[in-house]
Design a protein around this ligand. Sequence first.
Ligand SMILES: [Zn+2]
Length: 397
Amino acid sequence: MTDLLIRNLRPLGASATDMLIRDGRIAELASGINASGVPVEEAGGAIAIPGLVEAHTHLDKTVMGMEWYENAVGTDLRAMIDNERRARRQLGLDPARQSMRHALALVGNGTTHIRSHVDVDIVNGLSVLEGVLDTREALRGIVEIEIVAFPQSGLMIRPGTLELLDQAMVAGADLVGGLDPCGIDRDPKGHLDAIFGLADKHGRGIDIHLHEPGEMGAFSLELILERTAVLGMKGQVAISHAFCLGMPDWTRVEGLLSELAEQDVAILTTGAPSREVPAVKRVLGVGLRMGAGCDGVLDTWNPWNRPDMLDRARIVAQKNNMRADADLALVLAVCSTGGAAVMGVAGHGLEPGCNADLALIPGRTLAEAVATGGPVLMTVKGGRVTGRDGKPLREVS
Ligand SMILES: [Zn+2]
């Protein structure tokens, strides 16, 4: 592990101080620290925040560094799924190379932890997962990558997928994924029994994509809650998107939120501008863990997303009508410590004893940093400088 002395940084925008890192952990915060033989970085009064956490993305999908992908698909979810499966082959999308590009771009932008869903389907088998596993291994010590085995093409409608998900868990995936049990699979009981059964078998958590809106999503969510309780999986389930929690019927949403809180089910948001999304303050208000992510970046789905959690904090704030300085700081916390709490990362903070995983960002206050964006000045992982001025230090292959 690594020793480092960072001079003149401002933790969360507070007064300037020095930070001494020993063996990859924050050892001391004080002015004028003397530590002979330890490498020194000058922060120049930059704000320090705990490392940004990209808690919902798809490292296997980006076309970053390739030709521009001309999208002519439209917005129907099933059509987009089928299109991507075809395009993956036509474009020659190499999951190892592309996930490396995507992950390193995030590192340059202050990210220290990533949760990525990775496609598992009967056309590509485990080949996509294997590529992302290679990237995870290659980037150990630079960024921590958690992998969700994701049945993007559906589960019950594509026999053989469940067996592949089972193999994916053995091959190194960390969590079991799922996708719209009603909307895609048309079999909510079958879908949820399958993924909860798999999670139970492997002793792993679940992170399920739930795009289903309104009452349909609420129905799926209740089935998720039932299974979480029956299997004793409190605290091990996350719901990505959860658009149904953005429906206007507040009394209905309030009831769902309190049930989610009872089972400690985490919520992951992208603040999708095109959809109704869970309200950040309401989710946090009932004590739920909440993280955020950019979702797929520059892929067959999302031409506009960027691998940048500081940018995402701004988008989530905008979508939630959060304007006050304290609210912008709150959204930034969702994008760092919030995501870490969802991923179960211990010691993600700026206090002595915490992991030395942090980002130095420009701005006089946290609110200004969110409003104006980067580039992130420095990314530090375990005391090692991994990015400068919005760029990763490791070469992209
Ligand atoms: Zn997603």
